[in-house]
Design a protein around this ligand. Structure first.
Ligand code: ANZ
Length: 815
């Protein structure tokens, strides 16, 4: 055989594996099942370095479980609807499917070359009509239960993509996709009722072994606040204004009210005298972003509405203002302003000359403005109730009881989480399967008419123009009503692509199923997925939506699991020269080029060995050349082994055997706890020791050498499958090493080497004991006194003193 040639190995083994198809889930009950899931990819271009990393890390886990004998399901698919394909299609004047499916094939080829342990038989693409048929079917199941509904409201609008965005897709006031500043528009849109699941999404976090950072982000996103609704009477109006407050204890300090300018309430409260000022203000507000509105360092703006309310505890007449720091879609869209205890209210009061009354005594030495800390209530008493002297917690409890008694308010819990806005005014997505009939209103498309396939539009017809491109396909839009048969129109919006990815992991369990979105029996065999691997950019998008879907489908009786993913690993980013790779910085590294230069195994190894998987990897600091040299060294071992296949290792060199077994035992734990880089380091150690054993130790014919090299091949198969397979062949085995089985550990070989301790009585050696090198003084003393020879030598004499010096010496002074 010649030298190590990664190109030859890649060419040789790929077809062999494709024929063997070793990674197909059996799903036959022959072994414990384990679902290993990695986030599927968007088909925008070929695989990049980030894919290289996430796939390499995920594959260590999946291949590890295969080796351990689990029935692993490790499926692959594409999240293939979405804007990139649509934008490319507009530019190239073609159909989005052309770009999408060409990229999928390119990526599929790269993934096969990258030698990942996927079960290709379960492959799916969310843009296939056979898939989105079921996305639509699920939408209808949500719709039937009132979990999907339509309403008019101000929504996030991306002026560049000309489509609405869910709150989760607005990042620091900008479109998550294109970075354009997001504005607000009033539109009628489809929503999923995620808010109905807010509390369960919080509670069930206890079931998840996820990074604390992600759980915290979800917790904050859901944003539970405990507080109270309180009613304020309005002069000249029957209906009171209800506010949500987390600080009902400060009610005596509420000196004015503020309503969101874009809420209906503002419109109702504005007096004719204030109309002009209000209209001008509203126009200005509509062009600002939510982030701007909430930002604390922005100068406060607002307008007096001309109306007055009454503070229910002080009886004071308080003015009602509209200001954009109050949001229309949180709480009730109206607040009681308590400037003395709330900074935003303070700034507002200061700017507009509104009264400020402290109702919490600030700490000694406090010289700030609003005081948000704890302290005794002051100025908080009337004829009926006094909070004075109470701390915040007690004051809250007391005032809420009182308000509830009087019918003026009630305890409540409020969540920051909003319902998920799911409709999009773009083409390349699943059409919403609803028909609008002038007689029957919203009518669901009957199940047997699914999928509602996309009309054939391409090029300029897809250009964003604010209404969905589907609206222009008139013969597609115009249908007869499924109920009355009269003329009706299809809904022309498509679903957010996050709907597609909220259930793909369920479809994988039974990709051919035709009776529904998934076979409940198959799903119950595999779900929840034991492991999910992917990026943390999905913390409050995909990962929250998938949890919501799972819970809703559970409630519909479609699956047993209440959570989709038990364990979550978020890989870091691959960066270069300390910065994210980008075209403008010119620091991009192309995965394909790296694979050509160093081979698949060396690149995979470099990714895995770079550090803890959740840390960012700086490619500039790494050495794929060094990885390649290590692989060559490991591979050469397989050509040196002289002990025959099946030779009994128990007669082999003990020191090498101990290292081999210790390495396997440690690797098992290291992989399960995601410390893959340490596992690789341990394999390197074993390779070096084996080389030494061959060259200057027991020699190539020792069966312990064979055992060590076979172990190296199996451990390396998780990271460097081509090299490992070639080693396995050199060692005289049939492919594939991927199913060789995880090496069994002999516990006796894990026992630490012992040292000899000497026991002296009155200065004379009476016994020698074999003890562990880490034995304690106390244990050594006990062992010495229990020893037969020592007892015999003492011959009934008492003991004056024992001096133990672990692990080497015990000195007994007899009485
Ligand atoms: C009076 C008060 C006094 C408040 C005080 C705070 C401190 P979280 O914790 O985020 O739930 N608020 C209520 N609805 C609002 C809206 N639509 N837009 C902007 N702010 C709103 O915040 C709840 C608090 O935020 C509520 O409690 C209310 O102000 C304000 F010393 O009421 B508070």
């Amino acid at each position: 055989r010649g030298g190590y040639d990664f190109n030859a190995m890649q060419a040789k083994w790929r077809p062999v594996w494709e024929k063997l198809d070793p990674f197909k889930a059996r799903d036959d009950g022959s072994a414990e099942r384990r679902y290993a899931l990695t986030m599927f990819s968007y088909p925008s271009g070929d695989l990049h370095m980030g894919h290289g990393e996430v796939f390499a890390l995920h594959d260590v886990l999946s291949r590890f479980w295969f080796q351990q004998g689990y029935d692993v399901m490790n499926p692959i698919g594409w999240d293939s609807f979405g804007l990139p394909a649509e934008n490319a299609a507009i530019k190239r004047n073609e159909h989005p499917a052309t770009y999408t499916y060409a990229n999928i094939e390119t990526q599929a080829e790269s993934i096969r070359r990258y030698a990942l342990s996927f079960d290709w038989s379960r492959r799916l693409h969310t843009s296939d009509p056979e898939y989105y048929r079921w996305t639509q079917w699920l939408f209808l199941r949500f719709y039937e239960r009132g979990l999907a509904y339509r309403k008019a409201s101000y929504v996030n609008w991306c002026p560049n993509d000309q489509t609405v965005l869910a709150n989760e897709q607005v990042v620091q006031g900008r479109c998550e996709r294109c970075g354009f500043e997001v504005t607000k528009r009033e539109l009628t849109q489809w929503y999923f009722k995620t808010t109905e699941y807010a509390q369960r999404l919080l509670d069930d976090m206890d079931l998840l072994q996820w990074p604390e950072e992600i759980l915290l982000m979800q917790r904050n996103w859901i944003g539970r606040s405990e507080g109270a609704f309180t009613d304020f009477k309005v002069e000249g109006r029957d209906e009171p204004i209800k506010v949500f407050t987390t600080r009902p204890d400060t009610l005596f300090g509420a000196t004015f009210m503020v309503v969101a300018p874009d809420a209906k309430l503002a419109e109702e409260l504005v007096t004719p005298e204030q109309r002009e000022a209000f209209d001008a203000y509203l126009t200005a507000v509509k062009s600002s972003t939510e982030i701007e509105r909430l930002s604390t360092d922005r100068e406060k703006t607002g307008v007096f509405l001309g109306s007055y309310a009454t503070n229910p505890v002080t009886g004071e007449r308080i003015p009602i203002w509209a200001a954009d720091y109050v949001l229309s879609d949180y709480g009730t869209g109206a607040i009681m302003a308590v400037p003395a205890q709330d900074s935003r209210d303070w700034e507002f009061a200061e700017k507009f000359g509104l009264p400020i009354v402290r109702t919490v005594q600030p700490e000694e030495g406090f010289d700030g403005k609003a005081y948000t800390g704890d302290g005794p209530a002051i100025n908080s008493a009337n004829d009926e109730i006094s909070l004075d002297g109470l701390g915040v917690t007690e004051a809250k409890a007391k005032i809420i009881d009182w308000l509830e008694d009087k019918g003026l308010g009630e305890r409540t819990i409020n969540y920051r989480l909003r319902d998920w806005l799911l409709s999009r005014q773009r083409y390349w997505g699943a059409p919403i399967p609803i028909i609008h009939c002038p007689v029957d209103g919203e009518v669901p498309v009957p199940d047997d008419q699914l999928p509602v396939e996309l009309p054939d539009l391409r090029g300029a017809a897809l250009a964003p123009r604010g209404v969905s491109p589907l609206a222009s396909a008139r013969d597609w839009v115009e249908v007869s009503c499924p109920k009355c048969g009269g003329p009706a129109e299809r809904d022309t919006d498509t679903m957010d692509t996050f709907v597609d990815s909220s259930w793909y992991f369920l479809r994988y369990c039974s990709p051919e199923y035709t009776e529904g979105a998934f076979d409940p029996a198959a799903v119950n065999r595999w779900m929840p997925a034991y492991q999910y691997v992917g990026g943390k950019e999905h913390a409050v998008l995909h990962l929250l939506y998938a949890r919501f879907f799972t819970k809703a489908l559970h409630d519909m009786g479609m699956l047993d699991a209440v959570e989709p993913f038990t364990r979550l690993l978020n890989q870091g980013q691959v960066i270069n020269e300390g910065k994210a790779m980008s075209k403008s910085l010119g620091n991009g590294v192309n995965l394909g080029d790296q694979l050509d230069e160093f081979g698949v195994d060396a690149i995979r190894l470099t990714m895995v060995f770079a550090g803890p998987p959740d840390d960012d990897i700086d490619w500039a600091d790494l050495s794929p050349g060094g990885s390649l040299r290590f692989l060559q060294r490991a591979w050469r071992l397989s050509g040196s082994v002289e002990a025959p296949v099946g030779s009994d290792p128990s007669t082999g060199d003990l020191a090498l055997r101990k290292l081999t077994h210790r390495t396997v035992a440690d690797a098992t734990e290291l992989i399960e706890s995601y410390r893959f880089n340490v596992m690789v380091a341990r394999v390197m150690e074993l390779v070096n020791a084996t080389r030494k054993a061959i060259d200057s130790g027991p020699g190539a014919a020792d069966p312990a050498v064979r055992e060590a090299v076979e172990t190296v091949a199996i451990l390396l198969s998780l990271v460097a499958p081509y090299t490992a397979e070639d080693m396995w062949e050199n060692l005289g085995h049939q492919p594939t090493v991927a199913k060789a089985g995880w090496p069994a550990v002999d516990p006796e070989l894990l026992v630490q080497d012992s040292v000899t301790a000497v026991v002296q009585i009155a200065g004379k050696v009476k016994a020698r004991l074999e003890v562990s090198p880490d034995i304690t003084d106390a244990d050594l003393e006990k062992l010495a006194l229990a020893d037969d020879a020592v007892q015999a030598a003492l011959d009934g004499r008492g003991i004056r003193k024992v001096i133990a010096r672990a692990p080497k010496l015990v000195n007994i002074v007899p009485a």
